[in-house]
Design a protein around this ligand. Structure first.
Ligand SMILES: NC(=O)c1ccc[n+]([C@@H]2O[C@H](COP(=O)([O-])OP(=O)(O)OC[C@H]3O[C@@H](n4cnc5c(N)ncnc54)[C@H](OP(=O)(O)O)[C@@H]3O)[C@@H](O)[C@H]2O)c1
Length: 262
């Protein structure tokens, strides 16, 4: 089964902190020795990561389609061998619909854009390149990072949960549509994990009692990536996946076959 050890050049978007940063380091440490490019907005953190042998590209992916196309063009111009992209950049905000006057819809739309729309856009722009590499025999990988909150929403963070549900659904559709190509989806579904994600909502102290240590989480993810698992659900996400998601891929496949026969 094709897996992360087949990757020759990996881009991790959202790698200046948390899951993306630790995952980038673990992929870089693989004996297969892939080139790893890390991306994010904070240049000083990228500079630190460059000292560890990682390539860097500074970019704010919460951008419009034109800017994202320019980003992909720059990326492929500098690294024409990119065959794997990890989509780790995301934000999580809280909204209280009992106080609609407090809702900042601009923030809502921006969260939707970063966590979902940009990923769809980047995948669309990357796929022609991946198909070309795939035809030459190079397996290519798209690694969206979803969440257990995409299965059962966290009601305090409704937009985030909806973006993760949308991304999970997209991963299922792409997995089915791309199954006869050399492009594979490996969806990473974390539980609550140690990171900076919760800083924006000021929740870090409260959730730190319950989160999975980052190193333990990334260790488990790497095992799944090395097996080439289609879905890598860890901890609480694995329980929820087992309960609500198991067997969905077969239904998606059967529905697609039926659709084609109409
Ligand atoms: N931690 C959890 O409990 C948890 C649970 C389930 C799923 N997840 C998912 O796991 C992924 C990683 O989250 P994390 O916990 O590692 O979060 P994190 O520690 O907050 O890291 C997020 C990363 O995304 C980057 N980023 C944010 N906005 C960006 C933008 N506009 N453009 C480019 N990069 C941007 C940040 O870098 P800059 O600020 O330098 O741009 C940072 O490197 C996310 O998709 C998250 O939804 C996390």
């Amino acid at each position: 089964m094709a897996n992360i050890t087949d990757s020759k050049c990996v881009l991790v978007i959202g790698a200046t902190a948390g899951i993306g940063r630790t995952l980038a380091a673990s992929i870089h440490a693989l004996p297969s020795n892939p080139t790893v490019i890390v991306s994010g907005r904070r240049q000083e953190r990228l500079d630190e990561l460059a000292k560890t042998g990682l390539e860097t590209i500074q970019f704010d992916v919460n951008a419009d389609a034109e800017s994202l196309q320019a980003f992909v063009d720059e990326l492929l111009g500098r690294y024409p061998q990119v065959d794997t992209v990890v989509f780790s950049a995301a934000v999580q905000y809280e909204y209280d619909f009992t106080k609609p006057e407090t809702l900042d819809l601009k923030k809502f739309y921006s969260e939707l854009n970063l966590n979902y729309i940009t990923i769809v856009t980047l995948i669309t722009y990357l796929l022609p390149h991946f198909f070309k590499l795939g035809e030459k025999g190079q397996p290519c990988f798209l690694l969206p990072i979803t969440s257990n909150l995409g299965i059962a929403p966290g009601a305090w963070t409704p937009c985030y949960s909806a973006t993760k549900a949308a991304l999970h659904s997209l991963a299922l559709s792409l997995n089915e549509q791309l199954k006869d190509t050399n492009v594979r989806i490996m969806e990473i579904m974390p539980p609550l994990v140690e990171s900076e994600l919760h800083n924006t909502a000021g929740n870090t102290e409260r959730v730190a009692q319950y989160w999975m240590p980052l190193d333990k989480f990334v260790h488990d993810v790497m095992e799944g990536l090395k097996r080439g698992d289609r879905t890598i659900a860890v901890g609480m996400s694995a329980d929820q996946y087992e309960r609500f998601e198991k067997g969905k891929e077969e239904i998606v496949h059967a529905t697609m076959e039926e659709w084609k026969s109409w």
